[in-house]
Write a protein of this length. Structure first.
Length: 116
């Protein structure tokens, strides 16, 4: 479903992502862990279109998503949340995550959840 191949990203002379290969299948849950400065946020920023890689490819459902804007990638079904202490306390985890995706769709909350 998500294929990342030979992904590279450098900031100035600092190589942050070097030949990263990841494959995530449908319904598979994957965690990205590591110490501060390991490149976790950069990896997520590359996947979600916030940054563009220096080289490599990112494919979602067989289609390259390189060069797509963040909102276009969100519409495909890839979204991220940010570490924040400001969540809606009266809402469940899924409702808080859905709130982040809702502003990027024209369909609304339920079609987003049900992928209609």
């Amino acid at each position: 479903m998500l294929e990342i191949t030979k992904l590279n990203k450098a900031f100035g002379g600092l190589q942050v992502i070097n030949l990263l290969d990841i494959s995530v299948g449908e319904r598979e849950i994957v965690s990205v862990i590591g110490p501060n400065g390991a490149g976790k946020s950069t990896c997520l920023n590359l996947i979600t279109g916030i940054y563009q890689p220096d080289s490599g490819d990112i494919r979602f459902k067989g289609q390259s998503i390189l060069g797509k804007a963040s909102h276009e990638i969100t519409r495909l079904g890839i979204a991220r949340t940010f570490q924040s202490l400001r969540v809606f306390l009266n809402m469940s985890v899924i409702e808080n995550v859905m709130t982040g995706a809702y502003c990027h769709t024209a369909k609304g909350v339920w079609p987003t959840v049900l992928r209609l």
